[in-house]
Ligand binder design. Structure first.
Ligand code: NAD
Length: 415
């Protein structure tokens, strides 16, 4: 698509920001060895040529780089963000300058966000790379006739996989879908290492406060929560975990953390960080238990893990930090309760997203190659291994092959 054509079809904030977006994308390209090696080579076989692909993932530089890779492979790509607060306008501008259609602006209202996604749906994508099932669920709800034509969806995150599973239970997942989040090369690195690190650093950078000696309340001890707790502890923080699942709670206990119900856990917390993947994790009934000057932040997919609306109007006291008053206490919320590492930072590290987006690129390629049945599918184990092998090779790390005796034992039952 010509640049003028892409610009005419797109809805972005300002095309003049393209140069800055290009610089950001170039930095990503330099630090993405797996995408550059394995994904580029695999996508080069023509399976994606001429396919209409929608990318609806937090629209910052790493996602933009994935988008350019798909376009280079001959796909007709249209992109949108999965949360208006994480969209970077410069990156959108750079994509449009490269001839890619984009519907995203930082800070778009909920209605504008929905309009952008429905405009993307309007392109009748054959393949969707989604985050939180933000596009997929809207296609099913608003444009069911387009769902029938979907060749496949590949889903980035825990919350989206849960939504796809719910669609399947409702008999509405009539097209192939791949749970990319559940690939080992995704959730074992992105969720704990990527988000664990970047949510913590975003909180500390936004507030410019110290973590050492502070009390952290981590709500949700899944993949992300475990990463958060470990990093907070690494910074010298003292961690209390809140869980609903008794097994995860027991795990947190055995990992050495205090475990308590939310109302108790927040009473002495300096930072409360949510990572439950659902909504309404921290609601009005808990506010009276919060400590004066507590910092609330969210690392999960939804802006609604913390009920920011119930805190009433606030005052921005520092970029990305809003003070609310509750019973005479000061409660500070970071980036309106959106994913703090992406809306309040640059998201997960590039090397981590190199793995996650290699999963997504190979997943899209797998869908485009055909043969994936309708319903929710696992990411192929062989591809997971290839991604890990490639990453290890780029690090100069070699592996042993299993010996004949090891293979024989693994294949048998009586030895
Ligand atoms: N910010 C990012 O860059 C990023 C990256 C990866 C995943 N995510 C998102 O983070 C969220 C968590 O992902 P995950 O992989 O850790 O999920 P997970 O399913 O592994 O863990 C969530 C945990 O929260 C617990 N939980 C649910 N509701 C709770 C509640 N009200 N109170 C206490 N505990 C509760 C669950 O029992 C579970 O153990 C998801 O929304 C996911 O999409 C964000």
């Amino acid at each position: 698509m010509a640049v003028a054509d892409a610009a005419a079809r797109s809805r972005i904030a300002n095309i003049e920001l393209a140069a800055e977006g290009e610089r950001r994308i170039a930095w990503v390209a330099r630090h993405s060895p797996v995408l550059n090696r394995l994904a580029r080579e695999r996508l080069g076989d023509g399976a994606l040529r001429g396919k209409r692909v929608a990318v609806v993932v937090h629209l910052e530089a790493k996602t933009a780089y994935l988008t350019t890779l798909l376009a280079d492979a001959g796909a007709e790509v249209v992109a949108a963000g999965s949360n208006p607060l994480s969209t970077q306008d410069s990156v959108c501008a750079a994509l449009v300058r490269r001839g890619i259609e984009v519907h995203a602006r930082h800070g778009a209202s909920p209605d504008e966000f929905t309009t952008d996604l429905l405009d993307v749906a309007e392109k009748a994508p054959q393949i969707v790379i989604d985050d939180g099932a933000e596009l997929t669920r809207r296609i099913v709800e608003h444009r069911p006739e387009l769902a029938v034509r979907l060749e496949g969806v590949t889903e980035e995150t825990t919350t989206g996989v849960a939504r796809l599973r719910a669609l399947q239970d409702a008999g509405l997942l009539t097209f192939p879908a791949i749970a990319a989040n559940n690939a080992r090369c995704k959730h074992m690195f992105d969720n704990p290492h990527g988000t664990g690190q970047t949510a913590l650093t975003a909180i500390l950078r936004l507030t410019n406060l110290s973590a050492a000696g502070k009390r952290f309340c981590v709500v949700g001890y899944g993949w992300v929560g475990r990463g958060l707790a470990r990093r907070a502890e690494g910074y010298g923080g003292r961690v209390t975990v809140v869980e609903l699942d008794p097994v995860q709670a027991l795990r947190a206990h055995m990992d050495g953390y205090r475990v308590a119900p939310l109302a108790q856990a927040v009473e002495d917390a300096d930072f409360v960080v949510t990572a439950t993947g659902t909504t309404a994790a921290v609601t009005a009934d808990v506010f009276p238990h919060l400590k004066d000057r507590v910092i609330l932040a969210n690392a999960g997919h939804h802006d609604r893990e913390i009920d920011v609306g119930a805190l009433g109007d606030g005052v921005e006291v520092r970029a990305g930090v809003v003070r609310h008053g509750v019973d005479g206490k000061r409660v500070y919320v970071l980036v309106d309760g959106a994913l703090v590492n992406i809306a309040g930072g640059d998201g997960n590290p590039i090397e981590i997203m190199d793995l996650s987006f290699s999963v997504q690129a190979l997943s899209a390629h797998h869908l485009a190659s055909g043969g994936v049945p309708p319903g929710l599918n696992a990411f192929p184990e062989q591809l997971d291994r290839e991604i890990a092998h490639t990453k290890l090779a780029t690090l100069g790390i070699e592996l042993d092959e299993p010996s004949a005796a090891q293979r024989q034992f693994a294949a048998g039952w009586s030895t």
